[in-house]
Ligand binder design. Sequence first.
Ligand code: AMP
Ligand code: ZN
Length: 114
Amino acid sequence: MSDCLFCKIVAKEIPAEVVYESGRTLAFRDLNPQAPTHVLVIPKDHHADAAALADAGDDLAGEVLKSAQEVATIDGVSEDGYRIVFNTGAAAGQTVFHVHAHVLGGRGLTWPPG
Ligand code: AMP
Ligand code: ZN
């Protein structure tokens, strides 16, 4: 998708602070972090949201979750705990329609999030 922000990050047309990369995923720090660890994990191929990711097959959704786990280990939050969030649809706060898992950690995270 030529007009997609995150496709442009994959294509290196827009810079990002990459934390981790697997064959089919890329993880980079959120520009507006909400916690000490706030990393976005995306599939390199364009899928609009979590539902489309689930439909993509070939365990692509599993690879995104595996990369989220790697990010948590790299940032040292896997022992204390971290949160993985997929905002799905505008009403849930999704603003970039290239699916991304928010990996949040490094501070106390309340539940429910509000
Ligand atoms: P969402 O609201 O779930 O769609 O999340 C989109 C996230 O992308 C927000 O947390 C933004 O801060 C983040 N974001 C927007 N532009 C960039 C960018 N160029 N690099 C890194 N993160 C970004
Ligand atoms: Zn895209």
